[in-house]
Ligand binder design. Structure first.
Ligand SMILES: [Zn+2]
Length: 429
């Protein structure tokens, strides 16, 4: 039997809300206990650093199949590991689209031996074209943890209604990208900054109108939905109100929506272009309120890598999306914990327990007998984001040069250390 002991850890368990110094030990890849460790084993002395369930990112674009010049399953999971994520959910808007059981299995087969777990999400409609539904039951049986046409909305109401009814029958979660393509057509950035940048705008209503439609459809059908990347104050209010009347909805936001506004476009250009776009300060503050009051369940990176050549195009032509796997924890810790918005256990719930629960996958807990997926965070480290140090193939971040407090220093999957920063050494006793 092999035993790995994390000594003097500040163990934060988002399930119980406990935050206390203790040891946690791992035997043969499984969590074996929390408390005072047995006297022998390999020891990693954490000297009071935070030890928490491995982070789970439920919204990641790893670009394979088809986009290996932007990212691969390997580089994407290396970036995940460096960012503290021990599991990621793989969005299906690849080339080809992951819309058949064969492609779900393709992703799963190539996930083996990588430094983070990959949970495939499959498409809702064939080719994500928004017309014919995919085979929900077969996709779920093949291993898809949810279905999404992320990257684009399901604009046709009748198709959405059928998708929700089918999702209810099969018992599979739909993750919805809310955008009214008529309102957003040709849009590049938020409509309130579009004039200053000389491009077409995407109004907040493009997100909110489609969201309002889907909340009432989900309520009518009686099926659970999850809303991707909430970006506007109106969306937060709609979801808050829907939750209060019992609509089975959960949602996520991404770090850029609570840490930046469209002002970032003037400094970071195409590296601050994503969809939905960065919004106003009023929107950012409402997203913070939504995180604080529990309206927003999850923080996900929406990691969307692109090559430097693609992001060097002029603002209207450059692709939407920013990378986030390696900055999500640091930005979140800085803005939310240091900023007094959330206690650490609530932040970590939104980064592990809640996404695991919503997807119905393991993780987010420190239960003895379960795989030892763990993340170590040094909350005192101050650092500056340097895109050249990313494990990701891509560099397209709006956080370049940003000073952060709180950094991932170790990731552990099934008891194996997959990422390690600094001077930690395991010693035998
Ligand atoms: Zn999306």
């Amino acid at each position: 039997m092999s035993r790995l002991i994390f000594k003097d850890a500040r163990i934060i368990d988002p399930l119980s809300g406990t935050d206390e110094v203790a040891d946690l030990w791992v035997e043969d890849g499984l969590i074996a206990g929390v408390g005072e460790a047995p006297p022998s084993g390999q020891v990693v002395d954490l000297e009071g650093r935070v030890l928490t369930p491995g982070l789970v990112d439920m919204h990641v674009h790893l670009r394979e199949p088809g986009g290996s010049h932007k990212e691969t399953l390997r580089t994407g999971t290396e970036a995940a590991s460096a960012g503290g994520f021990t599991a990621v959910a793989h969005m299906p808007n690849t080339s080809p689209v992951v819309d058949t059981p064969r492609w779900v299995r393709w992703v799963l087969d190539r996930s083996k031996g990588l430094p983070a777990r990959i949970y495939p999400i499959a498409a809702v409609t064939e080719g994500q074209k928004g017309r014919e539904l995919t085979d929900f039951g077969a996709l779920r049986s093949a291993g898809a943890v949810a279905l999404s046409d992320d990257g684009r909305p399901i604009a046709c109401e009748e198709v959405m209604r059928r998708a929700l009814a089918r999702a209810k029958e099969v018992g599979v979660l739909l993750i919805l990208h809310e955008e009214d393509p008529e309102l957003s057509a040709g849009g590049v950035v938020d409509s309130r900054v579009a004039g200053a940048l000389g491009v077409r705008g995407i109004p907040p209503e493009a997100e909110e109108n489609m969201l309002a439609r889907d909340l009432s459809l989900a309520e009518e059908v009686g099926v659970r939905i999850h809303i991707a990347h909430v970006s506007t104050a109106g969306s937060v209010r709609l979801i808050r109100e829907a939750k209060s009347r019992g609509v089975p909805v959960t949602c996520e936001t991404a770090p850029h929506y609570f840490s930046l506004t469209y002002e970032a476009l003037f400094r970071h250009g195409t590296n601050a272009k994503m969809n939905p776009p960065l919004r106003s300060e009023e929107d950012r503050l409402e997203v913070l309120r939504g995180l604080a009051d529990g309206t927003i369940d999850v923080i996900a990176s929406d990691h969307a890598p692109h090559s430097p050549q693609e992001k060097a195009l002029p603002l209207p032509e450059a692709p939407f999306g920013v990378v986030g796997l390696e900055t999500t924890l640091g930005v979140s810790w800085t803005v939310l914990v240091e900023g007094g918005v959330l206690p650490p256990s609530e932040l970590l719930a939104k980064l592990s327990l809640n996404p695991a629960r919503i997807l119905g996958v393991p993780g987010g807990r420190l239960t003895p007998g379960t795989p030892a997926d763990l993340t170590v965070i040094d909350p005192e480290v101050e650092w500056t984001v340097d895109p050249e140090s990313f494990r990701s193939k891509a560099r397209n971040t709006p956080f370049a040069g940003r000073n952060l407090k709180g950094r991932v220093v170790m990731s552990v999957v099934s008891g194996s250390i997959t990422y390690w920063k600094g001077t930690y050494r395991a010693s035998s006793i």
